[in-house]
Design a protein around this ligand. Structure first.
Ligand code: PLP
Length: 390
């Protein structure tokens, strides 16, 4: 139940990756049969990803994953459009693969506007409009958040960016194959996806780059991927993400409905059967498999360890930056105090999670909460009055 951190590779995906490693291992740049076979598989995979996003194949650049795609989008844009200015708009809740590159730019003198979020974790598009300056060069807002699953109004934000002719990047790592994504109706210029969140291997991803948008290459060398991302292509990984897309794409709506029902079942059961639990975030505008709870008497870390003893994997905040000390920055920016953010867990469901597993999770949480592993006196009633307000 930690699918937002990563997913198991599907059997059919693993088989096609294995075939690519053993049978179609040619270098896609070579003109001989082995090479041209690999090149055909590479281009077929590009078509598959493009179709899933309603993009053209030449708009898909394969990368090593979400982190590289985000870095490429940010550094590639500011380099290509450096004459336009040095102001960037983003949100307070971006993944570190966006936030850290922007902090680096800020240290170098760029002006960064970090937009706040509402109590559900959602950015107000009007705040974007108000923040635009004559020298705004880039807007980067994620499609859905990796901690609380908040789905952002990307279409509206994209419209504002387009009206103002500002390059718009969207990190859609958590949404890809969980929510339908159409780059044309979303009005995005750059969009990031990653393989290992969608039952494909780690170390592969892609960046959608709209035809009319320029980015400067950040990895230089042999000129692969239209010169935008040099390096011999990771054909097994690329075939893996394409195969996973082939399998998952037709069932996005069905899976989303089923996952949302399981998510809401866990939410309702936990809230009605366990005292002192807060459900964070919006009821509908969130990823279908995302649940985020704050437990008034337990730290997230203690719950993660305890649930692990029961064989259940969940996350305290975000696995992506679990090494950072202190609480979960996202919940902090929503106004929940630091102490209580330490008491949060993220449960992220995948399509293979069953109702029986959900019942097991609920029972385990009930058992843990009725035992005496309470955290130190983090919680007190005045904090409850102050912060448990929605
Ligand atoms: C929203 C978001 N963006 C980017 C990434 C980084 O992706 P990758 O692990 O493929 O580098 C993650 C991974 O956790 C993520 O959740």
């Amino acid at each position: 139940m930690d699918h937002s951190a990563t997913t198991p590779v599907l059997r059919e995906v693993a088989d096609s990756v294995y075939n690519a490693m053993t049978l179609y291992f040619g270098n896609a740049s070579e003109p001989h049969t082995l090479g041209t076979e690999s090149n055909r598989l590479l281009e077929d995979s590009r078509k598959t990803i493009a179709e899933a996003l309603n993009a053209s194949p030449e708009e898909i650049i394969f990368t090593s994953g979400g982190t590289e795609s985000n870095n490429m989008a940010i550094f590639g844009t500011i380099e290509a459009y450096f004459r336009r200015g040095d102001h960037i708009i983003t949100s307070e809740i971006e993944h570190p693969a966006v936030r850290i590159p922007l902090q680096i730019l800020e240290n170098e003198g760029f002006k960064i506007t970090y937009l706040p979020i509402d109590k559900y974790g959602i950015v107000n598009p009007e705040d974007i409009r108000k923040s635009i300056q004559p020298d705004t060069v880039l807007i980067s807002i994620m499609h859905s958040n990796n901690i609380m699953g908040a789905v952002q109004p990307i279409e509206e934000i994209g419209k504002i960016a387009r009206e103002n002719e500002i390059v718009f990047h969207c990190d859609a790592v958590q949404s890809y194959m969980n929510i339908p994504l159409d780059v044309r109706s979303l009005n995005v210029d750059l969009l990031t996806i990653s393989g290992h969140k969608v039952y494909a291997p780690k170390g592969v991803g892609a960046l959608y780059v709209r035809n009319s948008v320029k980015i400067a290459p950040q990895i230089l060398g042999g000129g692969q991927e239209k010169g935008l991302r040099s390096g011999t292509e990771n054909i097994p990984g690329i075939i893996g993400i394409a195969k996973a897309t082939d399998i998952l794409s037709p069932t996005i709506s069905k899976r989303s409905q089923e996952l949302s029902a399981l998510r809401d079942y866990i939410r309702d059961s936990v809230l009605s059967q366990i005292d002192g639990v807060l459900y964070n975030g919006h009821h509908e505008k969130r990823l279908p498999g995302n649940i985020n709870f704050t437990f008034q008497d337990f730290t997230g870390e203690s719950l993660v360890k305890k649930l692990d003893e029961y064989g259940i994997a969940v996350s305290a905040g975000s696995a992506c930056h679990s090494s950072s000390p202190g609480g979960n920055e996202f919940l902090i920016s929503m106004g929940i105090c630091l102490e209580l953010t330490r008491n949060s867990i993220r449960i992220s469901l995948g399509f293979e999670n069953t109702r029986e597993e959900a019942d097991y999770l609920i029972d385990c949480l009930k058992q843990i909460c009725s035992s005496n592993i309470r955290s130190s006196s983090i919680y007190n009633s005045s904090l409850k009055e102050k912060y448990f307000h929605f």
